[in-house]
Design a protein around this ligand. Structure first.
Ligand code: FPP
Length: 251
């Protein structure tokens, strides 16, 4: 539940349609408490739940969470196993909430690389929630922006080779529709926690005009108030999409 005073500060007419989050800082959070990294991931789940609830309560249409990157496969096997287990357990536990709140689960990324029990849980939940239409929750798993662009270029190359498409007809919409994210609007707001100020191979094509909010808060501590502050920061920005400020004010 969002505090009513905080909620009143957010303009419901100017909410981002799509928020994407780079959830960072679980390892440092655990270290600060004198624990192993996995302890941070476990507590990160609480922040995942809170972000989903906050987005759904406010009426944000799409929430994308960077849960596991292509590069994360290079982490110690024990940590990878723990993350996969957390993912399966959380999805299974949260499915009733998804159903109750009209949340549709989707994934982007090379999910065929995930352990088979993980793939099964994801497929079942995607199927079970496919009719929900209040919010779409997109989990980026075994995902990277470059991976998706390369996959898209391969698909387009095949269409060219088969004579379906000529190279001159390749435009933004052709590339867009070949991406894993083709069914979703581009993120209006990208949030990264933990004080790091980089993109880390996330949604490279899609964030061309996203507003970016960096916060020093470590992911396990990222709560409702932090999410609302990111939205207030977003609402204070003037989105120009390459135009001048005057053009935006008098369209
Ligand atoms: C980054 O922190 C976080 C991750 C790589 C994993 C995020 C996963 C969760 C929050 C839990 C499970 C997710 C779902 C969707 C149920 P880090 O480990 O890179 O932190 P550090 O930079 O401090 O080392």
């Amino acid at each position: 539940m969002i505090d009513s005073q905080l909620k009143a500060q957010i303009d419901p007419a100017r909410l981002p349609e799509h928020v994407a989050i780079i959830m960072d800082g679980n390892g440092r959070w655990a270290k600060q408490q004198g624990h192993l990294r996995v302890f941070g991931h476990k507590h990160g789940v609480r922040a995942v739940r809170s972000a989903i609830e906050t987005a759904a309560e406010l009426g944000i249409g799409y929430l994308t969470l960077y849960a596991f990157s292509t590069e994360n496969w290079n982490r110690p096997q024990l940590e990878i196993n723990a993350l996969m287990e957390l993912l399966v357990n959380t999805i299974e536990k949260e499915t009733p909430t998804f159903m109750l709140n009209g949340i549709r689960l989707q994934t982007i990324g090379n999910t065929s690389q995930l352990p088979s029990n993980c793939q099964k849980t994801l497929e079942e939940t995607v199927e079970k929630t496919k009719g929900n239409n209040r919010m779409t929750l997109i989990l980026a798993l075994s995902y990277s922006g470059r991976w998706d662009i390369i996959e898209a270029v391969r698909k387009i190359g095949q269409r060219v080779q088969q004579g379906e498409l000529s190279p001159q007809d390749i435009d933004e919409s052709v590339l867009n529709s070949a991406l894993n994210t083709s069914a979703y609007p581009n993120p209006d707001l990208l949030i990264r926690t933990s004080g790091e100020q980089r993109i880390s191979n996330f949604l490279l094509w899609e964030i061309a005009y996203s507003e970016i909010h960096f916060t020093p808060v470590l992911w396990p501590d990222f709560g409702v108030e932090d999410f609302c502050n990111a939205l207030l920061d977003f609402q204070s920005r003037e989105r120009r999409f390459g135009k001048t400020g005057e053009q935006i004010q008098t369209p």
